[in-house]
Design a protein around this ligand. Structure first.
Ligand SMILES: NC(=O)c1ccc[n+]([C@@H]2O[C@H](COP(=O)([O-])OP(=O)(O)OC[C@H]3O[C@@H](n4cnc5c(N)ncnc54)[C@H](OP(=O)(O)O)[C@@H]3O)[C@@H](O)[C@H]2O)c1
Length: 241
């Protein structure tokens, strides 16, 4: 029987993998959480929306006769990854993880670390007055308590609500990938003095990190969930996953 593969997706890497496996003749279903109103087209089958926790995911895997699960979700999507580990262990199914390498710290980087979004929101106004927030729509709310600075917000899709989140803000809608020259132009144009980002890693959004380094702009990075739990700093500590 041909492998029936479930890819837990929502990333560029997951989309590319779905294409590769589909073209190899495997039966591929990509699962998306449904966060985007207009998700990109994918090769193979697609299902959208939460499974309904661990029990719902287990039901889905059994009903759909899935023989292999690949977790290609974003490094910060910790809940669905934990569910996949629990369910695959319970059902004895093979689980592969497509882990995106962290951005390595390079000479000239001026990095600060927060262990979670609430900590980043508290730190940001102390580090900058014109802040470029690239943390994803779902994480902006943590910053709204700290309305003093100017915030440049970049989102993948237009916000559902038009009401501004901050007294002084600008919103850009752009899903990338981003080029270094454009990122530098943007940082200069808005006179940004702090970039805030998850330690997402991967090439699609790396240009902002390089641009900040080249312009001498500090970057406040939010640690990956497992990393925050381990107290491990991938920018400094050898042997970190
Ligand atoms: N977090 C980020 O910064 C980020 C950035 C870019 C893309 N994404 C993508 O966006 C999705 C949601 O991210 P998140 O951080 O909200 O995830 P999360 O916190 O790990 O998951 C929350 C809940 O969303 C549902 N879910 C998440 N990913 C799913 C998927 N691929 N298919 C079906 N259901 C899914 C699950 O609901 P049930 O419990 O009901 O199954 C899960 O319990 C992920 O697929 C991720 O790859 C996340």
């Amino acid at each position: 029987m041909r492998d029936r593969v479930l890819i837990l997706g929502g990333t560029g890497e997951a989309a590319a993998l779905a294409g590769r496996l589909h073209r190899q003749g495997l039966q591929v279903i990509t699962s998306l959480a449904g966060r985007l109103a207009h998700p990109p087209a994918l090769e193979g089958a697609v299902r959208i929306g939460g499974f309904g926790g661990v029990a719902g995911l287990a039901d889905f895997l059994v009903t759909e006769k899935i023989s292999r699960v690949i977790d290609a979700t974003h490094p910060f999507a910790a809940t669905i990854s934990a569910h996949a580990r629990a369910v695959c262990r319970q059902l004895g199914l093979p689980l592969e993880r497509l882990e995106r390498p962290v951005w390595p710290k390079r000479p000239g980087d001026r990095w600060f670390w927060a262990t979670d979004m609430a900590m980043a929101a508290r730190m940001a106004p102390k580090l900058g007055r014109r802040i470029f927030l690239t943390v994803g729509a779902g994480s902006l709310v943590a910053f709204t308590k700290f309305g003093g600075p100017f915030y440049l917000i970049r989102l993948m899709e237009s916000p559902a609500v038009d009401r501004p989140l901050f007294p002084r803000q600008a919103v850009l809608v752009d899903g990338g990938p981003f080029q270094l020259a454009d990122e530098k132009r943007l940082l200069r144009h808005f006179a940004i003095d702090l970039l805030v980002s998850k330690q997402s890693g991967g090439p699609a959004t790396a240009a902002k990190i390089t641009a900040a380094r080249q312009l001498g702009i500090p970057v406040l990075l939010i640690r990956r969930p497992w990393d925050a739990a381990d107290g491990c700093d991938p920018g400094h500590k050898a042997g970190c996953r």
